[in-house]
Design a binder for this molecule. Structure first.
Ligand code: ATP
Ligand code: MG
Length: 384
């Protein structure tokens, strides 16, 4: 079906309304007028009525005064005149009605055109914004009405979209960069091996070890990228016991914990929650892994779970290298690494972004503070 503009539609409704009102009013006025035209005959029949009495009944300039004291031929003449006047009046009324409807319709069309002009401008400006120009704004629509507030809302939506698109672009380019680094390392090592015409078995072994390590790095990265984008489709029905979950996480990290000779204090709580076990374990695993990774020799890690005000408060504290205060606000962003010196090899900077996403999906919050070499990550989860 062909689309009709708002202007045409509104004009149509106004004309419809106008027509109904005009017909009603015209019918009413014709009826009332015809009733008045009949009055003289009624007076004629009531011969006892005096002229004064009639005058007091109807003071309008009707044909009342012509009839009673005239001859019958004159009365006939009067009757013809009344019929003619009645017809004239009806035609006149209908003519005025049609003129009001047509005039009203035309005026409505032009007034609506003026009223809807900002809307047409808004639509024109929106039409010119492409996906590459989301930083653009709609200017010049400053009216304090619905169209003005629509333009404001649209500008705010553009800002949010622009921010989200920029973040996605940055995410993609960071991801590509992270994947490119291990690929470049693999290629360089293969090239070096090729340069040697008769390589020793140890050189093959060395190259293979490098390739294996870089492949592992890429697999972890791809796995993390997948976790960041596909986690929303999981179920949230598993019973997760915090003590058990942390024991398993610590067990997996034992070789690295031993390497640094770390002391780990897991304060048992006996609490459990309903969540997605795989996701929640992944989030806390990232936090404990960081506490190990960014710790110092003979360092210490404290893990505790408490309940307060209908929520669990889980803290993971370490006395490792710490995070400078000015970098704290960025650590949950994807690919952000506070400690540039370790950026080359140790992770892609996705661990906290993934943990934050998972905790938020579970209706919780995550925050970090770091002072005097003591770094504390606090996770709050609703008690279910
Ligand atoms: P990935 O987790 O992807 O292997 P990553 O550990 O570098 O890499 P995140 O876990 O997101 O990335 O952490 C972001 C940054 O925050 C880290 O690079 C590190 O600089 C800082 N950070 C995180 N946890 C700690 C901590 N416990 N102590 C000191 N710095 C930390
Ligand atoms: Mg990490």
């Amino acid at each position: 079906m062909k689309k009709k503009s708002i202007r045409i539609r509104l004009t149509f409704y106004i004309v419809l309304l106008l027509t109904c009102v005009c017909i009603l009013l015209t019918a009413l006025s014709i009826y009332n007028a015809n009733q008045s035209f009949v009055v003289p005959f009624l007076f004629e029949e009531t011969e006892t009525d005096s002229r004064e009495e009639r005058a007091s009944v109807d003071t309008s300039e009707s044909y009342v005064y012509m009839l009673p004291e005239e001859t019958s031929s004159q009365a006939e003449e009067g009757s013809i005149v009344i019929t003619q006047a009645r017809r004239d009046f009806n035609i006149y009324s209908i003519g005025i009605m049609a003129a009001v409807i047509i005039g009203g319709g035309i005026m409505s069309y032009f007034l609506l055109g003026r009223a809807l002009k900002p809307l047409r401008r808004l639509s024109g400006e929106i039409g010119q914004i492409t996906e590459n120009e989301l930083s653009q704004h709609i200017d010049g629509i400053s009216s304090q009405d619905e169209i003005g507030s629509l333009a404001d809302s649209f500008n705010r939506m553009l800002e949010r979209l622009d921010k989200s698109f920029s973040e996605q672009k940055r995410f993609s380019s960071d991801a590509a960069h992270e994947l490119k680094t291990p690929l470049a390392v693999i290629k360089t090592n293969i090239d070096v091996l090729r340069l040697d015409e008769t390589p020793e078995p140890e050189e093959y072994e060395k190259t293979l070890t490098v390739i294996e390590r870089q492949l592992k790095r890429m697999m972890t990265l791809v796995d993390n990228l997948f976790a960041m984008t596909a986690q929303h489709s999981y179920d949230f029905n598993d019973t997760v016991e915090f003590d058990r979950m942390f024991r398993d996480i610590i067990a997996e990290l034992t070789p690295r914990i031993r390497e640094k000779n770390l002391e780990i204090n897991l304060h048992r709580s006996g609490f459990h929650t309903i969540a997605n076990s795989v996701m929640l374990t992944r989030a806390f695993s990232n936090l404990v892994e960081n506490a190990v990774k960014y710790n110092v020799e003979d360092g210490r890690i404290d893990i505790s779970t408490e309940s307060e005000d209908k929520r669990y408060v889980i803290t993971i504290a370490d006395n490792g290298i710490g995070i400078p205060p000015e970098k704290l606000e960025n650590i949950f962003k994807p690919f952000y690494r506070a400690d540039e010196s370790r950026s080359g090899t140790e992770g892609a900077g996705l661990g906290l972004a993934i943990a934050s996403e998972i905790i938020t999906t579970h209706g919780g919050t995550i925050s970090a503070r770091s002072q005097d070499g003591q770094t504390v990550f606090t996770v709050m989860l609703p008690i279910i």
